[in-house]
Ligand binder design. Structure first.
Ligand code: KG4
Ligand code: ZN
Length: 400
């Protein structure tokens, strides 16, 4: 059968069961996401056992919906792609087992995709789709500095097109928490809903970002754990000793600083009362009235100051790396890339420096399978197929 260019992608690394059909890495034919937010919200974080159970329930209907929405059947596919890591072992295994069984039954190749590579391709997919919509040719693949900033990662990569595929080099990373993790923990501390990013993002518009001064200090690589990989959930992979300390992030300090501020200003009891309200009201506040009903002005000021500091630190290190590496293109991706302040400020600074900054469509910033289908296409063209014994790799690293 001739090539259709159609890849079915399955993503189940964390708390979204997603399936998508993507054509030649450039056009999303369908993208279906079954979110587990409601399941995990009451625990204020993802519960791995519950995540696996929900993936098991959702994977078959989600794939069926993705094929239906694309108007195709299994036989029309060139290949199936699946996220093989990093992520939660039990969660990843659901997608992998399903995709393996499917490719075996169909006699089609399986492509394994690194979740972080998927996030990077979310931006490339968005750029191709925007070009297509404007009647322009596909943008050329060019080297770029990629900031992957999510609930599990805050990593900087140099991404380079190599033959028909892409190669990645790690240039910076968090030594402890990921930025999204800091958003989630600070939101929990303040009695906001889960996940915390969208809550802080929407409420920060109504606060004074200069009210509280948060400082980020420079990390000393050689001193920090003797250069060994950190043992946190966010950053288990690859040593840090070889990385330039100017490109290292750390978000556990700001979380503690917020905690101290909350205790010092006796905001604790009020935050606990708010937690009951946000659980019953799962949508972040969009108006000043709604924001003020939920949070007194000093809390809104604290939220705005936290966001200002995190966005500032992400920008500072990303632009330092771009300058040192001579990057003329920055791709920002992962859940935190949905953040409005990060989008506006980083884009403005990039323009000032003559750098092209690109983000995925907001819906493609957080976890989805379209990005996995896009990342799989160059691997499919290069004949890089998954081995028959493919398994989940919860700490899978990207690049060197
Ligand atoms: O990429 P993602 O869906 O999952 C991971 O791979 O981690 O990212 C989820 C993270 C969560 O920490 C969430 O709070 C954060 O992205 N997030 C945001 C926003 N939307 C989601 N953080 C800041 N601002 C947002 N608008
Ligand atoms: Zn992700």
């Amino acid at each position: 059968m001739s090539s259709t260019g159609l890849i079915l992608a399955v993503e189940s690394s964390c708390d979204e069961t997603a399936a998508a059909v993507v054509e030649r890495g450039a056009r999303t034919r369908s993208s279906v996401i079954a979110s587990q937010i409601a399941t995990h919200a009451r625990y204020g974080g993802v519960v791995p056992e519950l995540a696996s159970r929900e993936h098991l329930r959702a994977v078959v209907p989600v794939v069926r919906a993705a094929l239906d929405q694309a108007g195709i059947g299994f036989q029309d596919l060139d290949a199936v792609a699946v996220t093989s890591g990093p992520g939660l072992a039990g969660a990843l295994l659901v997608g992998i087992s399903y995709a393996k069984a499917l490719t075996l039954a169909l006699g089609k190749p399986l492509v394994a995709v690194n979740h972080l590579e998927g996030h990077i391709h979310a931006v490339l997919l968005h750029e191709r789709e925007a070009a297509l919509a404007a009647g322009l040719p596909d943008p050329a693949d060019e080297p770029a500095l990629a900031l992957v900033v999510s609930g599990g990662h805050t990593h900087l990569y140099l991404a380079r097109p190599a033959n028909s595929n892409w190669r990645y080099k790690l240039v910076g990373r968090t030594v402890d928490d990921a930025a999204g993790e800091a958003y989630d923990k600070v939101a929990k501390l303040l009695g906001l809903g889960y996940p915390g990013g969208p809550w802080i993002d929407s409420l920060s518009r109504f606060g004074n970002p200069k009210a509280v001064q948060f400082a980020f200090s420079q990390i000393k690589t050689k001193l920090h754990l003797g250069g060994k990989p950190p043992r946190t959930k966010a950053a288990r992979t690859a040593p840090i000793a070889d990385l330039d300390p100017r490109f290292l992030f750390s978000f556990s300090g700001i979380k503690t600083a917020v905690l101290r501020y909350v205790e010092l200003h006796e905001m604790r009891a009020e935050a606990q009362a708010r937690a009951a309200l946000t659980l019953a009201h799962p949508q972040p506040c969009q108006s000043r009235e709604a924001a003020l009903e939920l949070c007194p002005q000093p809390v809104l000021d604290l939220i705005a100051s936290f966001q200002r500091a995190v966005v500032g630190d992400l920008m500072k290190k990303t632009f330092a790396a771009a300058e040192a590496l001579g990057a003329k293109r920055i791709l920002v991706t992962g859940g935190v890339a949905a953040n409005r302040e990060l989008r506006t400020r980083l884009t403005a600074e990039a323009t000032r420096r003559g750098i092209h900054a690109a983000f995925p469509a907001t819906a493609l910033s957080t976890d989805n399978a379209a990005m996995i289908g896009a990342a799989a296409w160059p691997r499919f063209l290069a004949g890089e197929f998954a081995p028959a014994d493919l398994s989940a790799d919860p700490a899978l690293a990207l690049g060197a």
